[in-house]
Ligand binder design. Structure first.
Ligand code: FAD
Length: 400
């Protein structure tokens, strides 16, 4: 441990004590607007304090430090309720993709603002006819002189309602097989022709949106990587997504409760001596530890310079299953108040919310079935799923 890492830890500790609420305090309830404003304020202050963009190059607004500093910062951060959720996709997926694939001009223009959350970015992949099989997407980008013109519909776009930019994958050459002929674009969401419509969820929030693109014109400088290389960029982004969800973002994404909260609840309800409750809580705790070790392994691989690989799918799958199990245990423990609660029972709505929010974890970033397919094919070496249209031009494949 060098003196400078120690100094960094101390600075992080002081910053967080002054700017975030400890996990030992009651949960902070933010409205969406307040959370987004807090998120921007928090990351701006973090950047001013010299603690943001830890591993990104100095010339693009980062600190240029190695991942050991990031681990130190994250250890400190895990003790606080920080307003991170609105930037999870922007920081966990879009920022590393621009860092890896952006031109120097794109990196100068966007990275520092992303790090500070002056701009928040979203992921525009899924479409009504292209979710698990995102490579079958139909949004078209047609070249017109020095511009690209995009038309199509995206769906389930988390956070688009407060984002400034989106990374959007679109089809640039329909005569190519479906995995080729796609390109990745930076879309300024304030451009004419972009319409964002919120979708109302079962838990009452409007976390995600439909985005309609009607002849949206973007310059050639909005193309990320080469024309036709969109699938490579998308795969890299999906890997970052699985790591972001599997290696620690899961609780933030699902609003999930954890075993510590359930142990406190069992004590409050006098159920902490009940053998079946103790068994269930011990089981949850063990699974949480396993998830933490999987996350630690992935972070260590990343510190050793390895790009995220298919093992991210194991972490993501396990995080989704754990979130579901925890929510089920919570509502079992809460009994009737997990389904109907008195107005002054703050815990009741939390248990119910965790039950109706946790299934989304098994869908976002690739469903549990899709993660199992990836693990089967790319970790266990099982045969690939048959694809009767393999190699055929996208435009000749039947679509519903
Ligand atoms: C909370 C949340 C946030 C999201 N945020 C975003 C976002 O910001 N940006 C974005 O682009 N998308 C986002 N999504 C969309 C998400 O990526 C898709 O919902 C997901 O990829 C599944 O696609 P689909 O909904 O079209 O389901 P489908 O692909 O139609 O799948 C339907 C069912 O069929 C199963 N299935 C499909 N193919 C196979 C197969 N080959 N083998 C076995 N089973 C299969 C699936 O597991 C599923 O059960 C989000 C989703 C959620 C729930």
């Amino acid at each position: 441990m060098t003196a400078s890492v120690e100094e960094f830890r101390q600075r992080a500790r002081e910053f967080l004590a002054a700017n975030a609420v400890s996990r030992s305090e009651p949960p902070v309830e933010w409205t969406e607007n307040a959370l987004v404003a807090e998120c921007r304020r928090f990351h701006g202050a973090l950047a001013d304090a010299g603690l943001a963009g830890i591993t990104y190059p100095v010339e693009y607004g980062g600190l240029g430090l190695d991942k050991g500093y990031l681990e130190v910062f994250n250890q400190q951060l895990s003790r606080y309720q920080a307003p991170l959720l609105p930037a999870v996709i922007s920081h966990g997926m879009c920022l590393p993709v621009i860092n890896d694939f952006g031109t120097p001009e794109q990196r100068h223009r966007y990275q520092a603002r992303m790090i500070r959350c002056d701009d928040i970015w979203c992921q525009m992949f899924s479409e009504p006819g292209a979710g698990s099989d995102v490579a079958s997407l139909a949004t078209r980008a047609v070249r017109d002189g020095d511009e690209w013109v995009l038309t199509g519909q995206k769906v389930w776009t988390s956070g688009a309602q407060y984002s400034e930019y989106g990374l959007c994958i679109a089809r640039t050459d329909p005569s190519q097989p479906k995995h080729r002929g796609m390109s990745m674009f930076i879309i300024d969401l304030s451009l004419p022709g972009v319409e964002i419509r919120p979708l109302r969820q079962i838990n009452g929030s409007s976390h995600f949106n439909e985005i309609y693109l009607t002849e949206v014109r973007v310059g050639r400088d909005c193309l990320v990587a080469d024309e036709g290389a969109g699938w490579n960029v998308a795969v890299a982004m999906l890997m970052y997504e699985r790591v972001a969800i599997g290696a620690g973002g899961s609780a933030a994404l699902s609003g999930a409760v954890d075993s510590a909260l359930l142990i406190a609840e069992a004590q409050k309800r006098g159920r902490n001596r009940d053998p079946s409750t103790r068994d269930a809580l011990a089981d949850l705790y063990i699974r949480e530890r396993i998830q933490a070790y999987i996350g630690m392994r992935m972070r260590q691989a990343s510190e050793a310079g390895q790009a995220p690989g298919p093992e991210g799918s194991i972490a993501k799958l396990n995080a989704a299953m754990l979130s579901r199990l925890t929510a089920d245990s919570a509502v079992e423990l809460a009994g009737a108040s997990g389904q109907a609660w008195a107005a002054d029972d703050e815990d009741g709505s939390r248990w119910a919310d965790s039950v109706i929010s946790s299934p989304g974890m098994g869908i976002a970033g690739g469903t549990n079935e899709v993660q199992r397919n990836i693990v089967g094919e790319r970790v266990l070496g099982l045969p690939k799923e048959p694809d009767p249209y393999k190699g055929q031009p996208w435009e000749s494949i039947p679509r519903s």
